[in-house]
Design a protein around this ligand. Sequence first.
Ligand SMILES: C[S@@+](CC[C@H](N)C(=O)[O-])C[C@H]1O[C@@H](n2cnc3c(N)ncnc32)[C@H](O)[C@@H]1O
Ligand SMILES: [Zn+2]
Length: 276
Amino acid sequence: MIDLQRRPELVCPSCLGPLVAEVSALACPACARPVATCPSEQAPYLDFIGQVDTGARGVGPRLMHSRALAQVYQRAWRPAFTAIAGGRRHDLGEELRLVDGALASARGGLVVDLSCGPGHTARHLARGGAFARVYGVDWSTAMLDQCAKRCRDQQSDVELIRADVARLPFASAAIAGIHAGAALHVWPDPAAAAAEIGRVLRDGGGFIASTFAHDGGALPRRAAALFEWISDARVFDQRALLGLFESHGLEDIQVLRRRALILFWGRRRARAAHAR
Ligand SMILES: C[S@@+](CC[C@H](N)C(=O)[O-])C[C@H]1O[C@@H](n2cnc3c(N)ncnc32)[C@H](O)[C@@H]1O
Ligand SMILES: [Zn+2]
């Protein structure tokens, strides 16, 4: 049974109301139904989605549900894609240092590795013991199973949640820091996800993300369109991407560009007093 008193940040993703713990589920009294199943041996994550099919469409997004990909993702897929897009060898150490810097203000609070995949960054965040809790959130059961296995093997204290980034089961302003690595380009609705990130981050909370982007030039735009056509993954226009997150409360945005790769980070603008 999930101890909700210790996790007041968990809410119903539909109505954002408080939840009630049942033996193997969480229920929402306002919606009058169970909204999540508790972790079990077969499904070691708190599951707010339930059905197997998430509705992911297109080659790239669907691949993320493949068990074969989940197995080789961390060792082969991620370094290869990052190297091709960035035009240089993937430097994981550099990436993790940037994540640590962007989430420094979140120390002692709750952090989320959003679309955690096999969970390399989530485990890194949990390792130092700097945060009150580290959540790994994804909607792919293949990725979450891999993540759970690796967390078990490495005795990593990461709490796994199966949820859609566009409907997060967290209370507004409850989260101190969010990392979303190499994921925005496969999210079906980045605008809805950015709105959720802006909603759940507390004032001053840190956010860092990496994805594919172009600078608006004619050639990069054409290459991006070709890649999008082949993969069904997005390549963002940098200005539009940063503008989207700004419009959902991100400020002091900093950017690191490596060819088609962008890493950007910032912090949640303080809400107006009447919006708190
Ligand atoms: C390329 S992997 C990134 C994994 C990891 N964050 C990293 O830094 O390598 C993208 C992840 O986004 C997840 N994802 C895609 N759409 C999602 C959604 N709507 N909600 C939650 N996760 C999603 C996929 O399941 C996949 O695990
Ligand atoms: Zn509800």
